[in-house]
Design a protein around this ligand. Structure first.
Ligand code: ADP
Ligand code: ADP
Length: 232
């Protein structure tokens, strides 16, 4: 087990009345090591909120998140930042690569301040292996503007993996891609999960992507229910 959400409730106070709008209603979810989980549901149903609560970028009103036996609510901001750095990789709908840097510079950006030369060299080696793995080795000197949307998303995936996370959290990672590029990115998420043992939680509108995951949950009216076994 890597993450356990226990009775998570999240609501917003309606500005116009004193009513609460419940977004996440007493949600419990276990994310096991090696899991791949899709979370689907209508727009506005709280999928991004749930992902942000898992990563502790957002806080729930009640409930707890236990990560590898540790209760995240006991950590301060600095400890949470360290925890995210060590354990989590993020992929978003937009790649957020820096346009003025080339591909390899973008991927290695977090290692620029690292003083230890050996650590930097290891990161470089890992970057090249990962870029090879996602089929981008020929493009390492190109800037994002010279790459297709699918290539940029695969680069974002490499950037998410460079710290060797235990869990990848992906929010609509194929939302800006055409069908072919989306399919390729989905297959890479599956291979990363299966070959490298990285757990994956992906929020998506796309049933094509969801079906590639081992478990599919639907979020609706604040409730999470497992709707199918994916990985067809
Ligand atoms: P999804 O990812 O499923 O589209 P979100 O998690 O982004 O849904 O949002 C869930 C709901 O929470 C939305 O209806 C949104 O309007 C509401 N919401 C998100 N952030 C806030 C906020 N800071 N204040 C009030 N309501 C919010
Ligand atoms: P897509 O059809 O996926 O949007 P593009 O038409 O944007 O792809 O790009 C097709 C290929 O051309 C990609 O492999 C990309 O790396 C390359 N490419 C695009 N623009 C440039 C450029 N300005 N310089 C070099 N290569 C480029």
């Amino acid at each position: 087990m890597i993450v356990e959400l226990k009775n998570i409730t999240k609501y917003y106070q309606n500005a116009a009345s004193d009513k609460k709008r419940i977004i996440l209603d007493d949600i419990s979810l276990a994310i096991e090591k090696g899991d791949s989980i899709a979370i689907v549901g209508p727009s506005g149903s709280g999928k991004s909120t749930l992902l942000n609560v898992i990563s502790s970028l957002d806080t729930a009103n009640s409930g707890s998140i236990i990560f590898d036996g540790e209760d995240l609510s006991q950590k301060n901001e600095k400890e949470l930042a360290n925890f995210r750095n060590q354990n989590l990789g993020f992929v978003f709908q937009l790649h957020h690569l820096l346009p003025q840097l080339n591909l390899i510079e973008n991927v290695l950006l977090p290692f620029i301040p690292v003083k230890d030369k050996k650590k930097r060299q290891e990161a470089e080696k890992r970057a090249l292996e990962l870029l090879d793995f996602v089929g981008l080795l020929d493009l390492i000197l190109q800037r994002p503007g010279q790459m297709s949307g699918g290539e940029c998303q695969r680069a974002a995936l490499v950037r998410a993996l460079i710290h060797q996370p235990n869990l990848i959290l992906a929010d609509e990672p194929t939302g800006s891609l055409d069908k072919k590029a989306a399919n390729k990115l989905g297959d890479l998420l599956v291979r990363i999960n299966e070959k490298q043992g990285v757990s994956v939680v992906v929020v998506t509108h796309s049933m094509d992507l969801a079906k590639k995951m081992k478990k599919i949950y639907q979020l609706e009216d604040g409730r999470l229910k497992q709707i199918a076994i994916g990985n067809e």
